[in-house]
Design a protein around this ligand. Structure first.
Ligand SMILES: Nc1ncnc2c1ncn2[C@@H]1O[C@H](COP(=O)(O)OP(=O)(O)OP(=O)(O)O)[C@@H](O)[C@H]1O
Ligand SMILES: [Mg+2]
Length: 506
């Protein structure tokens, strides 16, 4: 049987970056082939070459046994190649159906749009996918998960036999991920080949048949997913064995409380939440998506109004009405939605890192100390292993995971006493994750109070000194961190129903 796709010897250079070096990949009909590698390894770039977004500098692309060129996205569609990008690329103000058929809408006589047929065609694709989405809904009204489904529908509308998914579950919860996997399995059974890019190790096992690993733009190897230990895949990715450090829980008995939250309330989202974090402590926040963890963080940071509750910093009540107030009180918040709140994509790494701390780099007469700026940017590039040709590179040209590291650097530089990290390692590779954990532990050891919201239980368990669990807007319990606590205990508190909640707290 010939392969659906065979890429060999693919080369791609950008100014200052050798992004692909003799990269190779192949895809068979009816398989899910995972593509893995660290942030900046070249995964997205290789798939952009296959889908006509980038032109390779060398190498061969074969589709169903024929050598082809893919001069643009249209050509890719004609070849049956569909791609769902790491950054969703839908038009927010158009409807679902308009997005799917953009540029090729069915028309009546005199070129008038055939709205009814457009919606019916879209509905037919959703029926095939077995998902319920209203074709007339505007895209901005949909959850990220549903938007993801619309992207898939769009790719399927071209009768794609080759479907590329670049980190499709980065923003999906458990149930949504299961829904996506059901769709992938159906497509597989129909003979579609799926390229699956993800940093989530557990998913790779669940959904993929083969795994290809890239490192520094080059091919490392291909293994069977079912009988290859995760550790093997990780060491292929990072080129060494990663040590897993046990959590060390410091004795904070005498440490003063840095942040206390009392009786925080906002509608149904936050129902009477109280807790305290000590200096030097890492408090994890676990819970299912929608449990209210981000809402609590946003209320403390002044990003959303609150209906009640006190925020006490170092023993003194503070007025927090806006993020500016919060920062003045020494509270920093690294939002989960980095794309919207985090970065100036058109500016370079240096400017992004320093953006919110510029005052610190000015002298008495307001002149910027560029040398200090540069030194600082370089320090973070090294510390967080940010892959960029220099600190002058525009942030939009960095890989997805490396962009996230810049947001983290930005907040580290602001030197807040209390730092709230919301899903800090989403989309970040295993090696860099370990670096970020070490960094947070270092910050705590320096006496900062850290709150980490994470949907990955192993991460919460690995990092936290104590673990606060939320369910339906309430804090349902606080567990000790470390090996004494199990994932099951956390899940139990994360899923307690109303009524049971009072008991759990008592
Ligand atoms: N248009 C571009 N201009 C300059 N450099 C680029 C461009 N696109 C990608 N790169 C660089 O090529 C390298 C590979 O990036 P790529 O996006 O393929 O990584 P990735 O493996 O998808 O990483 P991630 O896991 O973070 O998404 C990176 O160093 C990136 O900065
Ligand atoms: Mg990528």
């Amino acid at each position: 049987m010939t392969d659906l796709v065979r890429l060999t010897g693919i080369e791609k250079r950008f100014p200052g970056v050798h992004a692909l070096r003799q990269a190779q990949f192949d895809l068979r009909a009816g398989e899910v082939h995972a593509l893995m590698g660290e942030n900046g390894a070249g995964k997205s770039t290789l798939m952009k070459v296959l889908s006509g977004i980038y032109q390779p500098d060398g190498g061969r692309i074969e589709v169903s046994g024929q050598t082809v060129t893919v001069p643009g996205p249209r050509a890719a569609q004609t070849l049956g190649i569909g791609i769902i990008h790491q950054e969703l690329a839908l038009m927010n103000d158009l409807t679902v159906a308009q997005n799917i058929f953009i540029g090729r809408e069915p028309r009546r006589s005199f070129g008038r749009l055939d709205e009814a047929r457009l919606n019916a065609d879209a509905a037919a694709i959703f029926a095939q996918m077995k998902v319920t989405i209203d074709p007339r809904a505007e895209v901005h009204s949909l959850s990220v998960a549903k938007q993801q489904m619309v992207e898939i529908a769009k790719a399927l509308s071209f009768n794609s036999r080759i479907l590329i998914m670049d980190e499709p579950t980065a923003a999906l919860n458990e149930a949504e991920t299961n829904e996506l996997f059901a769709i992938i399995r159906r497509l597989k059974s129909e003979g579609v080949g799926v390229v699956y890019i993800s940093h989530k190790m557990d998913e790779i096992r669940r959904i993929s048949d083969r795994v290809t690993v890239m490192r520094d733009g080059a091919y490392v190897g291909t293994v069977q997913a079912a009988d290859t230990p995760i550790e093997t895949i990780i060491s292929m990715m990072v080129g060494r064995d990663l040590e897993t450090l046990p959590v060390e829980i410091p004795d904070l008995g005498a440490a003063p409380v840095a942040l206390e939250v009392r009786g925080l309330r906002r509608g149904r989202a936050i129902r009477d939440v109280s807790f305290a974090v000590k200096r030097g402590e890492i408090l994890g926040f676990a819970g299912l998506m929608g449990a209210g963890r981000t809402e609590v963080a946003r209320a403390i940071f002044g990003a959303d109004p609150r209906e009640g509750g006190d925020i006490i910093v170092h023993g003194r009540p503070v007025m927090v009405r806006s993020p500016r107030d919060a920062v003045a009180a020494g509270i920093g918040y690294l939002s989960e939605d980095r794309k919207h709140f985090g970065l100036a994509l058109g500016l370079d790494v240096r400017a992004n890192v320093a953006m919110t701390s510029l005052a610190r780099f000015r002298n008495a007469i307001g002149v910027l100390n560029e040398a200090a700026l540069e030194a600082t940017a370089r320090r973070y590039i090294a510390q967080l292993a940010i892959r960029t040709p220099s600190d002058r590179q525009e942030v939009r040209l960095l890989s997805g995971g490396n962009q996230q590291k810049i947001v983290i650097a930005k907040w580290l530089l602001r030197d807040c006493d209390i730092l709230i990290f919301d899903e800090p390692t989403r989309g970040i590779d295993v090696g860099a994750k370990a670096e970020i954990y070490r960094l947070m532990q270092g910050l705590a050891a320096e006496g900062k109070a850290i709150i980490v919201i994470s949907s990955e239980l192993p991460e919460v368990l690995r990092l936290s000194h104590r673990i606060a669990v939320m369910c339906e807007g309430r804090l349902t319990g606080i567990l000790p961190g470390g090996p004494g606590t199990s994932q099951e205990e956390i899940m139990r508190l994360a899923t307690v129903r109303q009524g049971a909640v009072e008991e759990a707290i008592a």
